[in-house]
Design a protein around this ligand. Structure first.
Ligand SMILES: [Cu+2]
Length: 277
């Protein structure tokens, strides 16, 4: 009889694990927690989010179910006054519960790194350095060899250059080509945008959830943000760094429009007539 007990537990474990994995994948397919996809970065980011979400669902449901099961099965029965059984050491179990989280954490770490690199994060890393030679490199990256442009199949499209100034409690967008200063960010769909961001006072952060992009804006240390908007629409720009008493009101809008609409907006507001976009 004893020899039958172990395989049955193993079969239960396999079945429950399978159900958890399938349930996690089902939940990921059916629960959409993310906003609209509006930049070329977003699908890459969403891929990582989905994987993390499945892992999270499996762990949460699995552990909660195990805790509830144990609370009911191993509860103190009426008339029970003795201590529980003294259980000491279970080497295979200890190896198992060390190995599983180690593998999961290692996988998530490597995968996140890969996603960050595919989003161009490694190229932007130098922007956060105090090193002057790297700061000089920033000037060349801005409006030059941006990631967004490299990812764009029509590499010939020149990026839209925007200088972003953040201050307590607003964003200002300056288009140097047309000498436009705007409170709203206008960008044409399908064309890379290269932004150089600086702050007048404290640290702010430029965040557009629909683009899946968030970048700190640091006083005296310009940061570069390259992206390609893909979906027409108006999306919120949110300051994502607690920057003072009215931080919650530090919002703006990014307007992604058809290239022709963008062109007419640009020409209407440009102080330099007939400039090539
Ligand atoms: Cu702010």
């Amino acid at each position: 009889m004893r020899s039958f007990v172990l395989p049955l537990t193993a079969i239960y474990t396999i079945l429950i694990s399978l159900a958890l994995i399938l349930g996690g994948i089902w939940a990921e397919d059916n629960l959409n927690l993310l906003p609209v996809v509006a930049s070329s970065n977003a699908p890459i980011y969403d891929e990582l989010f989905r994987v993390l979400f499945v892992i999270g669902i499996i762990l949460f449901v699995g552990m909660t179910a195990l805790v509830i099961y144990s609370l009911i099965t191993f509860r103190k029965r009426p008339g029970q006054t003795s201590d529980g059984i003294a259980i000491e050491d279970n080497l295979p179990l200890e190896i198992f519960w060390t190995a599983v989280p180690a593998i999961v954490v290692l996988f998530v770490g490597l995968y996140s790194y890969d996603i960050y690199e595919r989003m161009g994060g490694m190229q932007l890393a130098s922007n956060n350095s105090h090193d002057h030679s790297l700061m000089m490199k920033d000037e060349r990256i801005w409006g030059g060899i941006g990631t967004a442009q490299e990812e764009n199949p029509e590499g010939a499209l020149s990026p839209v250059n925007v200088e972003v100034t953040a201050m307590q409690f607003a964003f200002l967008f300056n288009y140097p080509k047309g000498e436009i200063i705007s409170g709203e960010l206008h960008v044409p769909a399908g064309r890379p945008v290269s932004m150089k961001m600086d702050s007048k006072d404290v640290i702010h952060a430029f965040w557009v959830p629909e683009f899946r992009l968030k970048q700190d804006i640091i006083p005296g240390q310009p940061t570069i943000l390259n992206f390609t908007p893909t979906k027409i629409g108006r999306y919120p720009i949110i300051c994502a760094e607690l920057c003072g008493p009215y931080h919650g009101g530090m919002r703006s809008t990014v307007v992604v429009e058809e290239p022709e609409e963008y062109e007419s907006w640009f020409n209407k507001n440009s102080k330099i007539p007939e400039v090539a976009l």
